[in-house]
Design a protein around this ligand. Structure first.
Ligand SMILES: Nc1ncnc2c1ncn2[C@@H]1O[C@H](COP(=O)(O)OP(=O)(O)OP(=O)(O)O)[C@@H](O)[C@H]1O
Ligand SMILES: [Mg+2]
Length: 156
């Protein structure tokens, strides 16, 4: 999908999220999404829109300096409950840019985090921690075309 501006990226994030959560085939443990793309491609921007559509009210910022940030998901109501179920209770935004290896994550309790079915986890720079990602992880590839245009590819 080609995004011509940030507004279109918001729409693409919504489409992606709806698809992601509609998929009934549940993996064991957390639902994990890796976001691949160069510096400034739009990984954080995309994640912020996902968080917004999930109803997270806190300001979602780039977690580069904290590696990982955890947000509570509001209890879904009405159609949102049907769409999302109440299966996910927490949203994690991880930025692995500064991580040299998977080992640093293990100290943050990573194994427990990814084994928890109530967790929805979005990870920037997943390449840096590829060994710590379960095989059922999903991916978004973002290509920086020019100032405003970005190409999004999803790998379910
Ligand atoms: N179509 C678009 N979609 C997404 N972002 C866009 C688009 N057009 C312009 N931008 C801008 O590109 C920048 C993307 O920055 P962002 O921090 O999301 O990148 P990132 O991939 O997270 O980078 P980093 O690797 O440094 O974490 C933002 O300033 C955003 O406003
Ligand atoms: Mg970022």
């Amino acid at each position: 999908m080609l995004s011509k501006n940030i507004k279109e990226t918001e729409k693409i994030a919504k489409i992606f999220l709806d698809k992601l959560l509609k998929n009934k085939k549940r993996q064991k443990g957390a639902l994990i999404v890796g976001l691949s793309g160069d510096l400034g491609a739009g990984k954080t921007a995309f994640t912020k829109f996902v968080a917004k559509h999930l109803g997270i009210k806190d300001r979602v910022f780039s977690p580069t300096y904290v590696i990982m940030k955890k947000y509570s998901l509001p209890l879904p109501r009405g159609s949102a409950r049907r769409a999302r179920g109440s299966e996910y209770k927490f949203f994690f935004h991880v930025d692995a840019y500064r991580l040299e290896s998977e080992k640093e994550l293990l100290n943050l309790g990573w194994q427990e985090i990814i084994n928890n079915e109530e967790h929805l986890i979005f990870i920037e720079w997943p390449e840096n921690i590829s060994k710590a990602l379960p095989s059922h992880s999903k991916f978004v590839f973002i290509k920086h075309k020019n100032d405003k245009q970005r190409d999004f590819k999803f790998k379910p």
